[in-house]
Design a protein around this ligand. Sequence first.
Ligand SMILES: [Zn+2]
Length: 234
Amino acid sequence: MLQQLAFYSILISIIVYILNKIAKTSKFQLIGDYVTHVKTQEKAIALTYDDGPSPIYTNQLLTLLERLQVKATFFVIGKNIEQYTDTVRLIITKGHELGNHSYSHQQLVLKKPSFIREEIEKTEQILHQLGVNQEIHFRAPFGFKLFILPYILSNMGKKNIMWDVDPKDYASSDPDLIENYIIEHIKPGSIILLHDGGSDRSATVAATERIIPKLRNKGYKFKTISELLLLDDS
Ligand SMILES: [Zn+2]
């Protein structure tokens, strides 16, 4: 009996571990529409920033992006918007796109459907109140997805916007590493994952300043997520 119990608990642990791995990968989702990149011949790409707004780094990025004349997409967290409303207003004024990165940035796997729906709707409402009236795309916290979240998103007519270029800036304080990874992995239609919130993002700001002219020299144009999606020729 004890042996059987041990066997089943190990089996369940293995299944949970595997499901967790699958939920985290940006290349897999069981149901619903998700986007890791856009299929296009055009040398167009999107810079995306998660986990903000975070005044110091978001503001630095806004100044930088304005100087380099690039529009990006900021996947913001509802709680942070409430705390730093002025920064979100600035993102809007400067003409960037805002995306929904949930209200409290918890992983949305193994959560009640009502909780997940509220995480999405609450942030969407706040953004609407601030005057965002275009379609608001969603990105799952930590990239987690799997069963319930994709089902809810597809019911809401929303895509889960993932990425195909992840330089893991959240784990790096070295702009060189971030820059080199992006330059090596970029291709037409790529969505680049970066972070303006959550921690010290000076390496991300520094890497952004370097990659924009380099990618431009290679012929790439910078689009918001909505603009990039329009180029999909699949
Ligand atoms: Zn995040």
